[in-house]
Ligand binder design. Structure first.
Ligand SMILES: Nc1ncnc2c1ncn2[C@@H]1O[C@H](COP(=O)(O)OP(=O)(O)OP(=O)(O)O)[C@@H](O)[C@H]1O
Ligand SMILES: [Mg+2]
Length: 254
């Protein structure tokens, strides 16, 4: 017969206590894990909702898929990862990814930074990716629509909403800046007035918030396309904030 009448010994109590603590710790870990996944999903949805992209796949890139072709690209990838880490730690400097040639990974690395920042629950930053050619589409739609007094499709609202979101998000990517104005002419030509106004308002609102730009144009060329004031506000000149892709070959198959 049990000599202590079913009263657990000190040793048994200690073991039960330990098991309980272990289970609690495991649940907490699982909670944290699911919270992290929940926040990352929420972030992805938020980004998808506000972004204006030519191709939605651009929001799905991650650093792991970036295979550097040469030393320059390896270095640029590393710097892009450092930029993402800096943004998560409240370092709000603008960054530009530049090269005259296309197809060498500017958009890819910009979207990797965005995704990396977005999935950090500690930083909890809202993000938005904008292909500048899409701004032009919105503007064209708005003006095609002016004959309709009723603006049935609310296109004017879409443009205002874009401006509001782009001014408000914690991190904005402006992809292919300048391209929307030069697609037709092939050269550097002044941008549409409405686009310039929108960009100016956005740049003003983002004074203390980081913006990433990808472009095939130098700062001087961009100043011919947009007003100086816009470019002065958006384009960093400090070499530490310029990621130059000139020495990276194109990934696109010819
Ligand atoms: N390092 C890389 N590893 C794997 N794929 C890459 C890499 N760099 C670029 N790519 C792929 O090559 C294609 C072109 O890259 P991307 O769109 O980023 O070029 P870009 O520099 O933005 O060109 P553009 O000046 O025309 O905008 C994309 O499909 C991209 O995913
Ligand atoms: Mg690009």
């Amino acid at each position: 017969m049990d000599s202590n009448l079913g009263i657990p010994t000190w040793e048994q109590r200690r073991t039960r206590h330990q098991v309980k603590k272990d289970v609690q710790a495991r649940h907490l870990k699982q909670d944290q894990y699911w919270t992290q996944i929940y926040l990352a999903k929420k972030q992805q949805k938020q980004t998808k909702r506000v972004s204006l992209v030519n191709n939605p796949n651009v929001l799905l890139h991650t650093f792991t898929e970036v295979v550097p072709v040469n030393k320059e690209m390896a270095d640029l990838k590393k710097r892009a990862q450092q930029v993402a880490a800096a943004y998560q730690n409240n370092n709000n400097r603008n960054v530009v990814l530049y090269s005259k040639q296309s197809g060498n990974g500017k958009t890819l690395l910009a979207s990797c930074i965005l995704a990396e920042v977005g999935k950090s629950p500690a930083a909890a930053m809202t993000t938005m990716f904008v292909s500048t050619t899409q701004i032009k589409n919105l503007v064209n739609k708005k003006f095609d629509n002016t004959e309709r007094q009723d603006d049935l499709y609310g296109v004017g609202d879409e443009l205002d909403e874009f401006e509001r979101n782009a001014g408000r998000v914690d991190l904005l990517v402006l992809d292919d800046l300048g391209t929307e104005s030069s697609l037709k002419t092939g050269g550097v030509s002044p941008a549409n007035q409405t686009i310039s106004e929108k960009l100016f308002n956005i740049a003003e609102k983002r004074e203390f918030k980081p913006t990433i730009i990808t472009t095939n144009y130098t700062g001087d060329e961009l100043k011919k396309i947009y007003n100086n004031k816009i470019i002065d506000r958006l384009m960093p000149t400090n070499p530490a904030q310029v990621l130059n892709f000139e020495n990276v070959p194109s990934y696109r198959r010819n």
